[in-house]
Design a protein around this ligand. Structure first.
Ligand code: HEC
Length: 136
């Protein structure tokens, strides 16, 4: 038992030195990618070169809603006048149909803010400031 504890504390000892903000962000992006795969990927590509039933979501953060070129949005979405800030994306993930009645996106109900944080970290990782698509 004592040996196990010593071995455990030795194994854990280097962690605080490694766990900086970049590490946390990378871990969140990785978790977010998995959650996105489970909850969103069947309808949303994050790279315009892939087919996507819903609008592709690369560069979605701070993008005007309903602005992906040539995508056949519902009137509700294209006329909403909103911008996809992180707060708007949280409200959308939590209850998209309550947030925007008339949207044709099936209801998703992600109320867990940690899950939202992870998915947002992933969406940040596929958002570039020059508007160019990020490759998957
Ligand atoms: C069953 C398919 C489906 C799933 C699952 C789905 N979406 Fe959608 N999503 C759509 C469709 C269809 C639209 C277009 C809605 C409209 O025009 O009203 C859309 C629109 C969006 C938009 C608006 C984009 C824009 O260009 O304005 C965002 C943001 C979005 N979805 C995020 C997500 C996220 C995040 C998830 C996972 C948590 C998710 N969606 C899951 C089908 C889906």
């Amino acid at each position: 038992m004592k040996h196990t504890l010593i071995a455990l504390s030795l194994a854990l000892a280097p962690l605080p030195a490694l766990a900086n903000d970049a590490t946390f962000e990378a871990v969140k992006v990785e978790a977010g990618e998995k959650l996105f795969a489970a909850e969103c990927r069947r309808c949303h590509a994050t790279d315009a070169s892939h087919d996507s039933y819903g609008p592709p979501l690369e560069n979605v953060i701070d993008r005007a809603a309903g602005s992906y070129p040539d995508y056949p949005y519902s009137t509700a979405l294209s006329a909403s006048g909103i911008v996809w800030t992180e707060a708007a994306l949280r409200a959308w993930m939590e209850d998209n149909r309550g947030f925007m009645p008339g949207t044709k996106m099936r209801h998703v109900g992600i109320t867990d803010t940690t899950v939202q944080n992870f998915i947002l970290a992933y969406l940040r990782s596929v958002t570039t400031r020059d508007g160019k698509a990020v490759q998957d």
